[in-house]
Design a protein around this ligand. Structure first.
Ligand SMILES: Nc1ncnc2c1ncn2[C@@H]1O[C@H](COP(=O)(O)OP(=O)(O)OP(=O)(O)O)[C@@H](O)[C@H]1O
Length: 238
């Protein structure tokens, strides 16, 4: 098993935003975590990674605790966050180099820059990149340590249609090579393009999980979009 989470809860003060959630990721799977704004997706991922205080019965990533075996786990796990902050004067290549030194072994970053369409930006300041380019850099950095498992939070937010499709293809290739992926997304086309299994959160609870076909079937709707809207009671709100 790649990831096992048992009865994990996250609270901010009195407010519990992730409530006794249990789930797992099997080998070969891409798991999508869905849910409206504030459902608890980021809090859940941060708690699983051990960077957000939480209570739980068990959290194991690739068979080890991300809290007690931090260093060993993070040699094998890549993380892309919603926002990456870089110093003002840092160039793209410096960002890659600084990230590389955190790991024992990394992929050659020039190769990844080409893969992510950033080869002409090596000498550019990170702060001068467009939103979409920064986003691609954040995914690149997550993949730099050649991880076995990668967490991608709002993967393609801010990317144009062509860049999204390109990134999906890149990730599908990584998956074929054996990478396990957990991602959060607000885009049902993205989820359908990448995920084997999904988990929909609402108010810190899992309201539905299964393959895309199972979730659609369970909702009684004809598409994932309609299933998602029905299950999260969003219909008619927009
Ligand atoms: N540092 C914090 N302090 C207090 N409350 C927080 C904090 N971070 C998140 N929350 C609250 O916890 C709840 C879950 O937030 P979280 O960011 O995990 O949701 P999300 O599903 O990732 O949302 P989004 O889709 O908007 O990114 C929200 O109600 C949010 O306001």
């Amino acid at each position: 098993m790649v990831l096992k989470v048992k009865e994990l809860s996250v609270s901010y003060g009195e407010k519990t935003v992730v409530d006794k959630i249990s789930f797992s990721l099997q080998k070969g799977e891409v798991l999508g975590i869905l849910g409206e704004n504030g459902a608890g997706k980021t809090s859940l991922i941060e708690a699983v990674l051990g960077i957000r205080p939480a209570v739980y019965k068990e959290v194991a990533i690739l068979g080890q605790s991300p809290i007690h075996n931090r260093k060993q786990v993070f040699e094998k796990v890549g993380v892309q966050f919603q926002e990456s902050h870089f110093p003002d004067k840092m160039t793209v290549s410096e960002a890659c180099q600084q990230w590389s030194v955190l790991y024992k072994a990394t992929a050659p970053y020039q190769f990844l820059l080409t893969k992510f369409g950033l080869q002409d930006k090596e000498k550019s300041l990170v702060k001068s990149l467009s939103g979409g380019e920064k986003q691609r850099l954040a995914v690149l950095l997550a993949l730099l340590p050649n991880p076995e498992l990668v967490f991608l939070d709002e993967l393609t937010t801010g990317l144009d249609t062509k860049a999204r499709k390109k990134l999906w293809q890149t990730l599908r290739n990584y998956k074929r090579e054996g990478l396990f992926i957990i991602l959060t997304s607000h885009y049902m086309d993205e989820v359908e393009a990448l995920c084997d299994r999904i988990m929909i959160l609402k108010g810190g609870h899992i309201i539905c999980e299964g393959t895309i076909a199972e979730v659609i079937n369970y909702s009684g709707q004809a598409s994932l979009e309609a299933a998602y809207l029905t299950l999260t009671d969003e219909e008619g709100e927009g």
